[in-house]
Design a protein around this ligand. Structure first.
Ligand code: BTN
Length: 246
């Protein structure tokens, strides 16, 4: 059972925090709360999810006891830098601070450790606010992640409540941070920088080299036709799917 007091202690200031043993999806539950009129900035965590949601209609495996499944209800940022970019930065900072591990960011918001995806982020809009969902595999479940060979875990002794509280702290801090400082942290950890990728545009597969990320979090790629900015869509490198901006 997750303990709200421990999360609050790690967070270091007061915020409505709710922990559930099991739920379908913390993102869904928080959207429901917001639609019902509870528009407070708040954190909802679960020990497991039965219908964890991933990007592009995928599911996010959420077994009990080994992972972090948390959602924050937040105001929409006004400076154009997507929440998903901020969240990727916040999770990297937390994992460096608490576990001493350095993660890589695969555009736009998948986090990797030693070639394995350990964290996924899903931001969804609701009533002019945003629900920011973060799934982090802290330790490997007994049965692994069946059917998801790319999935890995931090494999750390750090406790989940501390990680949850610190992630929430760092996410909220990025909302007050200058976008360029957030982006420079992000750029230093980019997995795809300088790599050749493929992406689909109007049904056509295109090759490109990743050159960086622009001020709005778009992926800058060099194609035969010149520089392009990818803001949405699927891109892949080797056999790996690469995230898109939402
Ligand atoms: C992805 O990798 O495609 C995004 C995964 C996001 C998973 C988190 S777990 C907490 C929150 N609740 C959900 O249903 N999804 C997000």
């Amino acid at each position: 059972m997750l303990k709200e007091e421990k999360i609050l202690q790690a967070l270091g200031f007061d915020l409505p925090v709710t922990c559930l043993d099991v739920t379908d999806s913390t993102n869904l539950r928080l959207k429901e709360r917001c639609r019902a009129g509870d528009r407070r900035v708040q954190l909802l965590c679960a020990d497991s999810q039965t219908a964890g949601r991933g990007r592009l209609g995928r599911t996010f495996l959420s077994p009990e006891g080994t992972g972090i499944y948390m959602s924050l209800l937040l105001p929409l940022p006004e400076d154009g830098l997507p929440l998903t970019i901020r969240a990727a930065v916040a999770v990297c900072r937390t994992v460096e601070e608490v576990c001493g591990l350095s993660l890589k960011i695969k555009w736009v918001n998948d986090l990797f450790l030693q070639g394995k995806k350990v964290c996924g982020i899903l931001a969804e809009g609701v009533e002019n606010m945003a629900v920011l969902g973060i799934g982090l595999n802290v330790n490997m479940p007994e049965n692994g992640f069946p059917g998801v060979p790319v999935a890995g875990a931090l494999n750390t002794d750090a406790d989940r409540e501390t990680l949850m509280g610190r992630i929430a702290f760092h996410v909220l801090k990025t909302l007050e941070e200058r976008p360029d400082s957030c982006l420079s942290f992000y750029r230093e950890r980019m997995l795809l920088l300088g790599k050749d990728i493929t992406f689909l545009q109007s049904g056509q597969e295109k090759n490109a080299r990743v050159m960086g990320v622009d001020d709005k979090g778009g992926l800058m790629v060099q194609t035969e036709a010149g520089m392009e900015i990818l803001r949405t869509g699927e891109v892949s490198i080797g056999s790996h799917q690469v995230s898109c901006l939402e």
